[in-house]
Design a protein around this ligand. Structure first.
Ligand code: UTP
Length: 291
């Protein structure tokens, strides 16, 4: 029987340079998608999937994130005094979402390094990693789908999405074969970072959701830093392949790169159109634009 996945790590130590100038002071994880900071989408996904403990790996200037998931006495008291019950409910719900721990990544030395910073807090258990920039719209939480694969097969699981054509070159691409019994599962044999379209090993682009076994910590510790002194998570996962099975899993849902200006715009439009309170109004408004 596989050990239960109880913990999710959210690496949020990056600088968010793709979203400058918005991210000069405000952490990109706190940028709003419709009416929620993007990190809250990931946290809600993890909680819905049954995650009990959330670990944020933060860096300098990320205090707003800690405040967001904490109790805001002044705000709650004001809302209570004014009788704004619904808003009070929204504010209180955020601070009681899950057990949250913070660990600081002193320097942004890469995603692998950020994950390694969570080693002591995770302990010797399998764990989930969610990159907050990747916002996923799915019927069943993406990380929950992956935890199901882990529960059935063990090993580590990487979320992938199928990309047709040359835009695959913007991603890390999975090498491996499709599982004969489940076409969503790939038996991973390797990964290639941003390959040319002609030599891409598959159409499966790796996105920001992972279920990893704790062995990855040891392997990341042994990884020699690459360019700019960074430790890449990919190198840790490639090393895992020498010890245990790694699966790719084509999740069911749609992923948006909200850490990128264009991706954020796409997510904003699609999430806004789905809103019960103003989706129809927004659709009518879009129709009036001279597109
Ligand atoms: P990105 O490369 O997308 O994030 O890293 P970035 O560096 O913040 O953004 P840009 O490219 O400059 O706009 C993917 C994830 O890894 C985290 C980021 O916070 C993001 O969630 N990360 C990256 C860290 O936590 N630490 C790092 O040293 C690097």
């Amino acid at each position: 029987m596989s050990q239960k996945v109880r913990t999710a790590v959210f690496p949020a130590g990056g600088l968010g340079t793709r979203f400058l100038p918005a991210t000069k002071v405000i952490p990109k994880e706190m940028l709003s998608l419709v009416d929620k900071p993007i990190i809250q989408y990931g946290v809600e996904e993890a909680i819905e999937a049954g995650i009990e403990h959330i670990i944020f790996v933060t860096g300098r200037g990320k205090g707003a994130m800690e405040d967001h998931f904490d109790i805001s006495y002044e705000l709650d008291a004001t809302l209570e005094r004014k009788g704004k019950k619904e808003l009070l409910e929204i504010s209180r719900k955020i601070s009681s979402m899950a057990r949250i721990s913070y660990v600081r990544q002193k320097e942004p030395l890469g995603l692998g390094h950020a994950v390694l910073c969570a080693k002591q807090l995770v302990g010797k258990e399998p764990f989930a990693v969610l990159l907050p920039d990747d916002v996923i719209d799915a019927e069943t939480p993406c990380i929950g789908q992956m935890m199901d694969v882990y529960n059935q097969r063990g090993g580590s699981v990487l979320a992938t999405m199928t990309i047709e054509g040359p835009s695959i070159s913007a991603y890390g691409v999975l090498a491996g074969s499709q599982d004969p019994t489940n076409p969503r599962i790939y038996n991973c044999t390797g990964m290639v970072e941003k390959p040319k379209f002609e030599v891409a090993p598959s159409k499966q682009a790796i996105i920001g959701r992972y279920v990893l076994t704790p062995r990855v910590f040891e392997l990341l510790e042994q990884t020699t830093p690459g360019q700019g002194g960074e430790i890449q998570l990919t190198d840790g996962i490639l090393a895992l392949l020498n010890h245990e099975q790694v699966f790719g899993y084509t999740f069911d849902g749609k992923r948006f790169d909200a850490g990128d200006k264009f991706g954020m715009l796409q997510a904003t439009v699609e999430f806004a159109l789905k809103r019960d309170d103003f989706g129809a109004k927004f659709r009518d408004y879009l129709k009036t634009l001279p597109l």
